[in-house]
Design a protein. Structure first.
Length: 77
């Protein structure tokens, strides 16, 4: 299996100065920071948890806690 170096040869790469530096104006400008650049997102509104799933999770937690408390009381007496 032969290995090829993925880095370009700096002697044949355009735009490089001796020592590997890049002169000003050779690189593209940085990414712009425009707010609201993307499309408006309507399918995923930033709201809290729905009441149904939160109530269900709370009910399961209470049932498990009551079961553990009952198990602890049975072990004590």
């Amino acid at each position: 299996m032969s290995f090829t170096n993925p880095d370009p040869d700096p002697r044949s790469t355009t735009g490089l100065e001796p020592g590997g530096g890049v002169p000003p104006g050779e690189t593209p400008p940085a990414e712009s920071s425009m707010p609201e650049a993307g499309p408006q997102e309507l399918h995923n509104p930033p709201k809290g948890w729905a009441k149904g799933p939160l109530t269900l999770i709370l009910a399961v937690v209470l049932v498990v806690a009551a079961g553990l408390l009952g198990y602890a009381l049975v072990l004590i007496y």
